[in-house]
Design a protein. Structure first.
Length: 227
């Protein structure tokens, strides 16, 4: 199915938003952001999915998609998304497998949209597989990796990524500036509407107040706030 088939006309004032956490995390990692969105009047579906157990397409089709249908049963109403890391790739995968999803605006936080050099170097290690599972091994930078096979953004997309790291060992494996897991360049995606780099790290970007404000601004206006 063509990913572009998932795109529909979307009003910016839709009040439904789904949150997709990152690799080896749970919905609790998005709890601060979920509460912030609820306080702004959004109906929030903070999706939990077994990110370490299955390939990306299985996570999207068998876990995230049913959760979205349970939370938001009316297919006519658009759904915004705010994602962290792997969650952004899962959202892109969703767009390729189900054209009935009425995507609203999407905010990705530190997504490996072009893959991560960390996976290129460490992905074949036994311990990496134990910690990150099959989905983690699909996030390399090769043209055949899942992020690089999904194509341009098929929805209105804003990307926020970080420029600080607390994992200096992993940062030595990454070309250019990075947030400890993903380079600034790798977070970009063809077709995105806006892009912003903020002084935050990969593990905590979704809990940062300023990042939350920018995510809200994009959901309301389709762009990030700048002076």
């Amino acid at each position: 199915m063509n990913a572009s088939a998932a795109v529909r006309s979307t009003p910016g004032d839709t009040r439904q938003v789904a949150l997709l956490h990152g690799l080896a995390r749970t919905e609790q990692s998005m709890a601060v952001l979920a509460e912030r969105l609820r306080s702004e009047g959004f109906s929030v579906c903070n999706v939990s999915y077994p990110s370490r157990d299955y390939p990306i397409v299985t996570l999207a089709r068998d876990y995230v998609l049913p959760a979205l249908r349970d939370c938001f049963p009316d297919p006519a109403k658009p759904i915004h998304f705010v994602t962290h890391s792997l969650g952004g790739i899962v959202a892109r995968q969703l767009a390729t497998i189900d054209a009935t999803i009425n995507f609203g605006r999407v905010v990705m936080l530190s997504p490996p949209n072009k893959g991560s050099e960390v996976v290129d170097v460490l992905g074949d290690w036994w311990l990496f597989g134990v910690i990150n599972g099959p989905a983690g091994r699909q996030l390399g930078t090769s043209p055949e990796s899942v992020p690089n096979s999904l194509g341009p953004a098929p929805f209105e997309l804003g990307v926020i990524t970080g420029s600080r790291t607390i994992n200096f060992i992993l940062s030595t494996l990454i070309e250019g500036r990075d947030d400890g897991k993903v380079s600034i360049e790798s977070a970009k995606l063809a077709g995105m509407s806006d892009f912003m780099v903020m002084p935050v790290t990969h593990p905590f970007i979704m809990r940062d107040d300023a990042v939350g404000e920018q995510a809200l601004h994009f959901l309301h206006h389709g762009e990030f706030a700048r002076e």
